[in-house]
Design a binder for this molecule. Structure first.
Ligand SMILES: Nc1ncnc2c1ncn2[C@@H]1O[C@H](COP(=O)(O)OP(=O)(O)OP(=O)(O)O)[C@@H](O)[C@H]1O
Ligand SMILES: [Mg+2]
Length: 487
């Protein structure tokens, strides 16, 4: 936590304000017990004059003098003097009342500062015999004899006893003030630290938001750069591929076998570069959200058949068996068929590429209905396919591309969808490619509201699972994103 700036001192170097910190209930209880023990009234004032506790005696003498105007004024003056009289250097003073009674005043000290006062009284000093002349002077109408009788009923307290009582009370009260102040400071500090943490959190959130905005901008610039570069590279590359093809075909004259070989290498590498550039272009478009998906009603069956036809020669050349197992249950997708073809070309191409000679690649598609219809359903079970056909709510299409190849270690599976990530990234790696295929797959599937994941295949190999929601399901989930043609 940062240091407390001087202007925001948490508890301050200010004298404490008793009324803010002191536990009134504890104070009241203490004053009541003193009153019950010695019969003397107790008042506690804060240094600014606020009355914090008041356990007063209802003395007959006081009542009597308050009935007579002159002595009522004198009584008021005595009480206000007791509230303000300076207790002197030793912090204790006795203040006489015009009736002969007295008040004893003691300072309350906290951390070397006077923070309030205790006023004990009125009481009758032990030596009081008869009322002083000031009583008669207060008002001629006062009956001095009656006043003197009433004064005799007031508890008499010796000076030493009073001094002891006041001392004990002062010590106890100062202890209450100390612990109340400690609790108050602790709660203030806690509040301050909560506020401080909140402020720091707000600062961090603001900084994070700014960083996020900057990163988004950098990301946008990167995508723009990729898109422009890829586009600019594609044009000359198309010429290189076209002319090398023409040369290889002998259009510009017969080539020697060595020349033929060079030209074919130029052509093959040009094609490879073009695929990379097209991949980068797709990725940057998908990342920046500028790839427009022409979503229209589509079925998965024909798309998968086309993918198998396209890749059958590659599989045959590698002596890998390629099979399609589709339940052919119709399920309308809201999809860009060209992009979905790209998804499955990538997946099947990977499966064939990473499967050694004699292995098998299977593409299996099925329609999974709502939970009730698919209960107990087995993907090879014709009955379940029939049930799905009849189900009123066809939810999604699941396509599993499984191979019996080298497999992907469990710890690597989540990473293969990152751009340029390859499990074997060494320069001596056996398989070609740039590591863009799966990141494009994931983005296209995401854009169709679907999910793609990877699992292990038993006993060896990999299974890529693609789930695509039906047009109806997407309409229910995202009515605003479904193209008008499907609405
Ligand atoms: N069927 C699979 N079996 C084993 N490993 C796989 C399989 N599919 C993908 N991988 C691993 O995931 C990595 C990323 O795949 P991805 O398709 O993104 O890139 P690539 O095939 O290496 O290159 P590109 O597709 O860009 O030509 C691959 O390099 C490979 O390590
Ligand atoms: Mg690939």
């Amino acid at each position: 936590m940062s240091e407390v700036p001087p202007s925001q001192d948490v508890v301050g170097d200010q004298p404490i304000v008793l009324e803010d910190v002191v536990d009134r209930e504890a104070l009241d209880d203490l004053c009541k017990s003193i009153h019950a023990l010695f019969g003397i009234g107790v008042r506690v004032y804060a240094s600014q004059g606020a009355l914090l506790a008041n356990v007063a005696n209802d003395l007959e003498l006081c009542r009597y003098v308050n009935e007579v105007p002159g002595s009522r004024v004198a009584c008021g003056a005595t009480v206000s003097a007791a509230k303000s009289v300076a207790p002197g250097d030793d912090g204790e003073v006795t203040h006489p009342c015009f009736t002969g009674l007295a008040y004893h005043i003691v300072s309350l000290v906290h951390e070397g500062r006077r923070v309030g006062r205790i006023v004990l009284g009125p009481y009758a000093p032990a030596g009081l015999r008869e009322p002083p002349p000031s009583l008669a002077q207060a008002d001629k109408r006062l009956d001095v004899v009656q006043a003197s009788e009433l004064a005799a009923k007031v508890p008499r307290v010796k000076q030493e006893a009073l001094h002891r009582i006041a001392g004990h009370l002062k010590e106890t009260l100062e202890l209450i003030i100390f612990s109340s102040h400690k609790a108050w400071v602790t709660s203030k500090l806690h509040l301050y630290s909560v506020r401080e943490s909140y402020r720091e959190l707000q600062d961090k959130t603001t900084r994070l938001e700014q960083t996020l905005t900057r990163l988004k901008e950098v990301d946008r610039l990167k995508s723009n750069f990729l898109a422009t570069m890829s586009h600019e590279l594609r044009t000359p590359l198309t010429s290189i591929i076209g002319y090398s093809e023409m040369l290889a075909e002998g259009i510009a004259g017969e080539l020697s076998s060595e020349q033929q070989e060079y030209v074919r290498t130029i052509h093959a590498k040009g094609e490879q570069l073009l695929r990379l550039i097209m991949g980068l272009l797709d990725l940057s478009k998908l990342e920046s959200g500028t790839m427009s998906l022409r979503q229209a009603p589509a079925q998965i069956g024909p798309i998968l058949k086309e993918v198998i036809t396209t890749l059958a020669p590659v599989a045959r050349k590698k002596e890998v068996e390629l099979a399609l197992d589709s339940d052919d249950v119709p399920c309308e997708l809201a999809a860009d068929a060209e992009r979905l073809r790209q998804v499955f070309i990538n997946l099947v191409d990977n499966a064939v590429k990473f499967t050694p000679k004699g292995g098998k690649v299977t593409v299996r598609a099925r329609v999974t209905a709502g939970a009730a219809a698919s209960d107990g359903g087995d993907e090879d079970d014709d009955e379940s396919a029939g049930a799905a056909l009849l189900a009123p709510l066809l939810k999604q299409v699941e396509v599993r591309v499984s191979d019996t190849g080298i497999g992907i270690p469990a710890a690597e599976r989540a990473k293969v969808f990152e751009a340029f990530y390859q499990v074997d990234s060494s320069s001596t790696r056996e398989y070609g490619g740039t590591g863009l295929g799966l990141s494009i797959v994931k983005r296209i599937v995401d854009a169709h509201g679907g999910q793609v994941s990877v699992e292990g295949n038993e006993p060896n190999g990999t299974v890529f699972v693609v789930n695509l929601p039906s047009a109806q399901t997407r309409r229910a989930a995202l009515p605003s994103r479904v193209p008008p043609a499907l609405a």
